[in-house]
Ligand binder design. Sequence first.
Ligand code: SAM
Ligand code: SF4
Length: 478
Amino acid sequence: MAMTKRLYIETVGCQMNVLDSEMVVADLKKRGYELARDLDAADVILFNTCSVREQAENKTYSALGRLRSFKKQHPEKIIGVMGCMAQKDQQLVFSRAPYVDLVVGPGQLARIPDLLDDVARGKGPQMAVSLGRKDGPIADIKRSHETFDPLRDPTMRPTPFQAYLRIQIGCDKFCTYCIVPMTRGPEQGRSPEQILAEARVLADQGCKEITLIGQTVNSYKHTNGGKTTRLSDLLYALHEIDGLQRLKFVTNYPKDMTDDLLQAVRDLPKCSPYLHVPVQSGSNEILARMKRGYTVEEYRETLSRIRGTIPAAAVTSDFIVGFCGETEEDFQKTYDLVGESRFKNSFIFKYSERPGTKGAELYADDVPFEVKNRRNNELLELQNRISEQGNQAFLGARVEVLVEGASDRAKRRDEDQGEIVQLVGRTPCDRIVVFDGNPRLIGQLLPVAVYDVAAHTLFAAVVTEHILSVGQARAPVG
Ligand code: SAM
Ligand code: SF4
């Protein structure tokens, strides 16, 4: 007779990994697994890993190291490593942590339930990874990086009313610093039929906000019978789905920020005017060495086209500081670009050399750590000032938030309104808003009035008419 098994899963990395974990858990639940709160209660322990920077890998290997004696005490527990580090390191995971039972790359996640059964049956350590970028005909390589999108299970998401929807896997851009094209394989757009069917399932489950994800989501293309579907076409089709109220998409590749896409975002009320368009550097020399495929001048032109079409657009960026050969002059150009671009916020990373990339092969990682650190701090400080200035424009404004949940702040009781907690929501342009309200507001879209701002947060109060109508509606319950 089948016994319930308990699964503990730890996820690091990007939205793709968050979604992959959701899918793996949903798949294993169908096979009778339940989620365990900690290692001690688990029969199976999975690490969903990231390889984008060395630090992420070090953290995973440290976590595995801490399990060495645990596994000795509990040899029956199965330990698995999945995700990008599994694909990149393959056998090396077993060499560094010989008590690991399972290594599964992101293109092979559908095999996890069967492989766990094999391990449990005593077949020994199991590994399933995709083909490398030069390991055979392109069709075989693509097949070995199949998307893994089983039926969605709302209980597996942090909030049932928000979901990621994968529209593209892999990446063909080969930026010289980046490991993703190797770990996630060739770029492949999912078919619009699959995407729309999944979006309808999500809407039927009560999902109000969908974020479409892909490494270069705006390069999305799918051709069938001579007809090519682009991201803008998808947005028009998704916009028709009842129940869905917000559509977002990440991450954009600057060169593929086409006018049809910008016009779709402008014209479709459900599309959030939030665009993550990472530039990485403000120096043409560095951009060329990164093989990003555009110049700073071209990026500026893209930015002005975005703002010309969608004046209220909140644009965000990523930067890598201390890339190979980056001089003070190069860094100053990046600093100046941040100064002029008025990004809502930026994610700033210190360059981390990744074995297996062209960058590691061609260029020396020659910027000292202290210099990377200083540049990181200087850029962050500038961006924070700009973010706060950008938020000032919201003072006194009424914004619509999708209430995501309670903040960590302590709960308090209000005599008239019952339980009141500090809630967190997001505006359509992805700004984080905190405000006091009843937990029953979680999952709703509602207007709030902003009375204070900081670099990364708007502070607001629920608009009174809304409190009244919500209060009236819930009176019989409370
Ligand atoms: N596909 C997305 C893109 O093109 O922007 C995101 C890819 S990556 C997971 C997210 C960010 O990590 C990149 O935008 C880049 O800034 C940063 N990154 C990638 N490789 C890196 C490296 N070797 N060292 C430091 N940061 C890196
Ligand atoms: Fe990496 Fe560049 Fe592809 Fe983004 S576009 S995933 S940074 S190779």
